[in-house]
Every structure is written in structure tokens, then in C-alpha cells.
Design a protein. Structure first.
Lengths: 97, 313
């Protein structure tokens, strides 16, 4: 079985959020600038889904599949919620989640 | 035409050490894994990390049985790399060896692998800079424990965890693990077979969209290098704290940042252990968009141990 969450659960909750965050913020690439450009490309369906899932996860972080975000992204913020709040701020500034 | 008619003379330095940056000189003090005696503290640390990797990580330095014809046939453009002949690759390596010291690892590569690694370097991708034999065991250990980037060539900046590949002196990030492929021929083979693997092809052939890119792909090591391919991979992982890798990861980051920002770090320095085995592991491929060429490329490729060793137990 693939260890990648979005391959194990292609239609699972937050699959796009976790796949996109991993593809840009995995420690071996850590490309926040490209992720910002992706987040701004609102003509891209994937970008809209990403934003919507990020908003949904922020509303209730306990709905995120346990441990998956950290296992893939290895964020430094200490918790899913802290990571997602920082991510929202970095990508969308003061916009209300 | 037979293989012998088409292949370049193999000019590999057969007895080159596994870690080309090291030039151990026999002196007094500690004995290295190669039976040399080391007085220099840096060399002692290198020798110690290598010895631990051989003992605890079960690293075997058997040479990879390379299929040179296969590497010679590989179309570099399939991986988004610039076309390059064996001769121009040799010239590129000679001209850039001083400023790009990771190219030294091609001394142990067959000419066909050298062509692939030189093309990667010219393209600006970086699997070979952080995940190949140029990176010593000690460099990988310190990457995990101190977030020191092996790609950072300025020793002062390296000690300050400044990333060697990202602009504007950004702080280097490292997961709870740092890994490499120890043999340049195995490395080039994994890369070329990976570039032809259906999952990676799907990513590379995705219709290009600016500001988008394919998701990360993982391919079993055995699929690319055969059932014994894992013996050519080594790595270091943070030593669990109170039985937890996550706690070790958080403590390591706090320790590094405290030190960099002038606060007194916790007296217990982060520690790392050799990855016990890569058997059952994967190669992770990470992609990047090339806006000029309007295509996707493999930005990096690194070995990862099996899932049960990567997740928090």
C-alpha cells in the first residue's frame, strides 16, 4: 500500500490539501514561493479545491486524518492547527478563513 | 552492434573512496574503517559516522552492477535534462569541478552515468547534490542533527544552517531523516529508470500549467534497482526522545533555532542513528515546473526507508 495519503485515499477528506502542501513544502523542496503563486491562480480548479479544503480544515482541525499532514510535510509549527493557520496567513494574508 | 563497440572506455577510479571529499592521511590517534589512523577531529568524526553506518545501518559498499548500455541509451530530454554527449559531459565536469565539488563523485561513475549526472548539474536540479555519494555519512548525520546543508559550501553558513541551494540565505530545513545513494552508477540508474516509470511519466507528461505541478511520487527501490538495490542506500534518522520521533524532531528544531538566535540551547544535543535498512523502501520523486520550456522536471529524488520506519510508532 502506498504511504502517500492521497494515493491511498484519492477521494478521502483533505486529499488535495495534503497532496499540494506536501508537493510544495516537503523538506526536500520547501518551495513556499511557488505555493504562493499556486494559491493565487484561482483560475485553476485544484487551487480552488485546495483553498476550500484549507478553510474547512481550519474550521475544525480535528477532522484532518490523524498524523497524515505531519507525516508528509514535517512542518515546524508543532500542530496541524498551528501549521494551517500559518499557511493560511502566508498564502491569503488577512483574508478571513 | 555489441556493447563493446558502442561503449566508452570505462575511466572510473576503481579504488576511489566511497566518500570522495575525504582524503585521510595516516597519522597517530584513531583508526578509520579503512585501517588508516586519523588525528584530525573532522576526519575522526567522518570515520566514526562511516563505521557506525557500516555496523548499525548494515551498509555494504558492494559496487552496483551497472548496465552501461542502458544508461548510454537514455534520452536525457525524457527527464527534461539538456542533451549532452559523454565527451561534453567530461568537459563540463572538468571545467566545473572546483566550484561544484559534488561533481567529484563522478570519478567513481562509468562514463554513461557521468553524462547523466553532468546533465542534471547543468539543468540545475539537485538530487545529486544532496542524495549521492559526495555527501558523506558525517555530513548526512549533521544534516539531521544540526540542519547543516551538505550543499552549502561556505563552512560558516553551513554551521548557521543556511541553505546552499535556496536564495536569500534561507534557513535549511531537514526532515527527521537524511538519506543518500552511495554508488553513482546506482544513482544514475535509479534516476533513469525512475524517469521511465509509468507513475513518474504520468507526472512529467502532465499538461503544463503555470503555477501548478504534479504531486510527489514514490516508487519502490526494488522496482528501480532490483531486489538488492536497497544495499546502495544509507541514511540517518533522529534518535527518538522518550520513544517519540515527533518529540525528537520538535526538540531538534527548537535546539537549532535557539542556537542560531543566540538563546542557550538545551544541553542535550540532538542525536541521530543510522537507518537500519532500506529494504522495502521507496525512491521519492519531487517535481518542479520549467516555465521557459513549459514542462515538468524531476527536481529531486531521494531514497526513503520502508513505511514502518518512517511513521511514528
Amino acid at each position: 500500500m502506498s504511504p502517500l495519503y492521497w494515493e491511498r485515499h484519492p477521494d478521502g477528506p483533505f486529499a488535495t490539501l495534503i497532496a499540494v502542501a506536501t508537493s510544495y513544502l516537503h523538506p526536500e523542496i520547501d518551495d513556499a514561493d511557488s505555493l504562493k503563486r499556486f494559491a493565487k491562480s484561482e483560475d485553476n480548479q485544484k487551487s480552488r479545491v485546495f483553498k476550500s479544503e484549507l478553510r474547512e480544515a481550519l474550521a475544525d482541525p480535528s477532522r484532518l486524518p490523524a498524523g497524515e499532514l505531519f507525516a508528509h510535510v514535517k512542518y515546524d509549527e508543532g500542530s496541524d492547527e498551528a501549521f494551517l493557520r500559518q499557511l493560511w496567513h502566508d498564502l491569503y494574508g488577512d483574508e478571513t478563513p | 552492434m555489441g556493447a563493446g563497440d558502442s561503449l566508452e572506455t570505462d575511466t572510473r577510479v576503481v579504488d576511489a573512496p566511497d566518500v570522495p571529499r575525504e582524503t585521510p592521511e595516516p597519522e597517530k590517534a584513531e583508526e578509520s574503517p579503512r585501517g588508516e589512523v586519523l588525528d584530525d577531529p573532522d576526519k575522526r568524526r567522518e570515520a566514526s559516522a562511516e563505521a557506525r553506518q557500516r555496523a548499525d545501518g548494515h551498509w555494504k559498499s558492494d559496487r552496483f552492477e551497472v548496465n552501461r548500455e542502458e544508461l548510454g541509451r537514455f534520452d536525457l530530454k525524457r527527464a527534461g535534462l539538456p542533451d549532452m554527449s559523454i565527451e561534453s559531459a567530461a568537459k563540463y565536469i572538468d571545467e566545473n569541478r572546483a566550484s561544484r565539488p559534488w561533481l567529484a563523485m563522478t570519478d567513481r561513475a562509468c562514463p554513461e552515468a557521468r553524462r547523466i549526472i553532468a546533465a542534471m548539474d547543468l539543468a540545475g536540479v539537485h538530487p545529486h547534490i544532496r542524495h549521492e555519494g559526495w555527501v558523506t555519512e558525517e555530513a548526512n548525520r549533521r544534516r539531521v542533527t544540526h540542519r547543516e546543508d551538505p550543499a552549502q559550501l561556505d563552512p560558516e553558513k553551513q554551521a548557521l544552517s543556511v541553505d546552499g541551494l535556496r536564495p536569500n540565505d534561507k534557513r535549511h530545513r531537514c526532515a527527521d531523516i537524511a538519506t543518500r545513494i552511495t554508488d553513482p552508477d546506482a544513482f544514475a540508474t535509479a534516476f533513469t529508470r525512475g524517469a521511465e516509470h509509468s507513475e513518474v511519466r504520468k507526472a512529467l507528461d502532465m499538461a503544463f500549467k503555470p503555477n501548478d505541478k504534479p504531486a510527489i511520487v514514490e516508487i519502490p527501490i526494488a522496482d528501480l534497482l532490483g531486489p538488492d538495490g536497497h544495499i546502495h542506500c544509507t541514511g540517518w534518522r533522529l534518535k527518538p526522545v522518550d520513544g517519540s520521533i515527533t518529540t525528537a524532531y520538535e526538540n531538534r528544531n527548537t535546539w537549532v533555532v535557539d542556537r542560531l538566535e543566540g538563546r542557550k540551547p538545551d544541553p542535550s544535543e540532538p542525536e541521530a542513528l543510522p537507518v537500519q535498512t532500506f529494504e522495502g523502501g521507496v525512491f521519492t520523486f519531487i517535481f518542479v515546473g520549467n516555465e521557459t520550456e513549459r514542462r515538468y522536471e524531476i527536481m529531486t529524488m531521494c531514497p526513503d526507508p520502508p513505511e514502518d520506519q518512517r511513521r511514528e510508532s
